[in-house]
Design a protein around this ligand. Structure first.
Ligand code: KIV
Length: 311
């Protein structure tokens, strides 16, 4: 459904005059709903093969039928673009701490920050499943703490599911959440929230027994899907063949049921970050710098604004 573009001074439904912020919001929303030329419409893409909203059961049921494409987003414009491009799910990851806030790890991210970004992303998303990360120490204390915090995420953001890190050790929490009707995506392998225990974000996790136990425990506790981060291809392949729920890999090889990447990494905005598993589908960092430098030059040289930009 296209949202009509309001003109300044138009009356909104509640009788107030449209202010600048609402005008901008209407314009952005309308523009976002018009796909960019050359980008496949979601109805033409293979992502869950239709324009229907991706629910948790649909996402889960795609195992063995279609690969799942997941990307992260933290803001309105990016979420809208990814949704239009046909991603199956948008993860509001706690990588927001590193990518958006410039922190060294995900540990400082707060629940309120995740809710702030989650609400923005869910509001921009029409079709994809929106999943919000539970940040460090917002689910570790007790299952009750996890229910209260994950419940806030669902109530205050409009997202459909939460993600948490852990398998065997978080199984009781995953069960408590799913029994409270809060869908959970689990995350095993490299767990960025355990950085101080692991020592390095780039350490491939190779303990086959442990990885299999974690993945099975998450599934048996009720997780609807599971992220496998930085584990060898053969182990990811075995876990994928063993589980009934979809595995979503990042640095876990091609045999997973789906893949997830951090958008700013795959868009080429994170400079020298070049792990083996990452493919850069664009070079937006260089393009933004080129455009900004051209703007600076034209403003200083008096070429911008030209007559065509002046009233
Ligand atoms: O926080 C995040 O963005 C993630 C993905 C890297 C899977 O957990």
């Amino acid at each position: 459904m296209l949202v009509p573009v309001a003109k300044r001074g138009d009356l909104r439904k509640d009788g107030h005059q449209t202010d600048q912020r609402h005008l901008l919001q209407f314009r952005i929303t309308e523009a976002r709903l018009r796909p960019y030329p050359g980008i496949p419409l979601m109805s033409q893409s293979v992502a869950l093969a239709s324009t229907s909203v991706v629910t948790v059961p649909r996402f889960q049921a795609s195992k063995g039928k279609q690969k799942l494409a997941v990307l992260t987003a933290y803001d309105f414009l990016t979420a809208g673009l990814l949704d239009q491009a046909g991603v199956d799910a948008i993860l509001v990851g706690d990588t927001v701490g590193m990518v958006v806030q410039g922190k060294k790890s995900t540990l400082p991210v707060t629940l309120d920050e995740m809710i702030y970004h989650g609400e923005i992303v869910a509001r921009a998303t029409r079709r994809a499943l929106v999943i919000v990360d539970l940040p460090f120490l917002t689910y570790h204390v007790s299952p009750q703490q996890a229910i209260a915090n994950a419940g806030r995420v669902l109530k205050e953001t409009g997202a459909s599911a939460v993600k948490l890190e852990g398998g065997v050790l978080q199984a009781h929490t995953i069960r408590a959440l799913t029994e409270s009707d809060i869908p959970v995506m689990a995350h095993v392998g490299l767990r960025p929230q355990a950085i101080h225990m692991i020592g390095s974000m780039s350490k491939v996790q190779r303990d086959r027994e442990r990885l299999l136990d974690d993945a099975k425990a998450a599934q048996e506790a009720g997780a609807f899907a599971i992220v496998l981060e930085l584990i060898p291809r053969d182990i990811a392949s075995e876990i994928t063949a063993t589980l009934r729920i979809p595995t979503i890999g990042i640095g876990a090889g091609p045999d997973c049921d789906g893949q997830v990447l951090v958008s700013s990494d795959m868009l080429g905005m994170t400079g020298e970050f070049n792990p083996k598993f990452l493919k850069k589908y664009a070079q937006l960092g260089a393009e933004i710098q080129r455009a900004a430098a051209a703007y600076v030059q034209e403003v200083k040289g008096g070429q911008f604004p030209g007559p065509e930009h002046s009233h």
